[in-house]
Ligand binder design. Sequence first.
Ligand code: PMP
Length: 393
Amino acid sequence: MVDLLDKHKPIAERFLRMVEQGSNALGVTNDQMISPTRAMVGNREIILAGTNNYMGITFDERCIAAGKKALDEFGTGTTGSRIANGSFILHKELEAELAKFLGLKHCIVFTTGYQANLGMLSGLAGPKDTIFLDADSHSSIYDGCTLSGAKLVRFRHNDAADLDKRMARDDNTEGGKLVVLEGIYSMIGDRAPLADFVALKKKHNFQLLVDDAHSFGVLGPHGRGLGDEANLEDGVDFVIGTFSKSVGAIGGFGASNHPLFETLRYAMRPYMFTASASPASVATSLEALKILAAEPERREKLWANSTRLFEGFRALGLEMGSEVVSPVIAVKMPDEATTIAKWNALFAAGVYVNMAIPPGTPNRLCLLRCSVSAAHSFEEIDKIIAVFRDVVV
Ligand code: PMP
């Protein structure tokens, strides 16, 4: 018998080496949450600098009250998929509120952001179509492409000229073409040069999808994402987002002005064959969305914090993934062993960041990935910088 788990032995050995060097960076457990930016791990209080909790909204009392009310009124779960018994009035309200927020006609809510990518990519593209995707795309985008059965063409990260070349070479004249970008790239923190890609639409006739997972609520004058920042929302055909970051809950969405968009509800397996998000989660998302729209000062604080951390790291001479400030600030490490050692030192000094190593990173990069929150105080940002100065530099 071939033991099916034998193939994972190299992972087991790699994991063991990591644990031997200190703690398990990939399995940190928050025993108690003190605030959006602090947790107790064992008996130690840790500053959280890797949560994606961009708006710091997870402890907002209005969101918590909305979640409790939904629990009381709608129960603990939906026990069904969106196309069976799992669509509650809350899901419909959230879709309507999101469409309003984005200024788009249609919005479909999914149970997670991961499923939004699986559903949208496999719903939009089929075996006759071609998906052109940025090489640094998130795993959920890659998995959505696989599920679609479409032909895949990867282009160099953020390189519209490379896409242009590859599209010119493409001989698939029968099917549709979908280009997939991200707003803020989750590991490196840079963002797609949207204008360069939109400019190619006239030449190559494709439809464009942007995954705004890390940029929804964050980029643009209205916090609507990459298109909003670039003032090119009309050039984006489909927007994807998640509630697990700025919105502080769990869930995902796809949105568009396309007249046939609603039909996708009956064509996306990751929408049809899984239970819908729980009432409490949907209700907190709905409340959070209203707060994001009403309180742009949160976004301003996020950017002030991000700039402070970025400049602080730059002054220390640290090499970062991106030259442009964003709430994702990734410090480059020379190799995996150093990354693990530095991660342990940071954690011992009371700062949690994400340890980002291959295969979760582009180009086999090793990173100490920070994400900034509007809820961080300047004192916390300065503490993070000081700890990096003491143990990483
Ligand atoms: N897209 C991107 C770019 C992401 O970074 C992530 C998660 N980090 C997702 C989609 C999936 O979102 P979720 O965690 O909400 O399922």
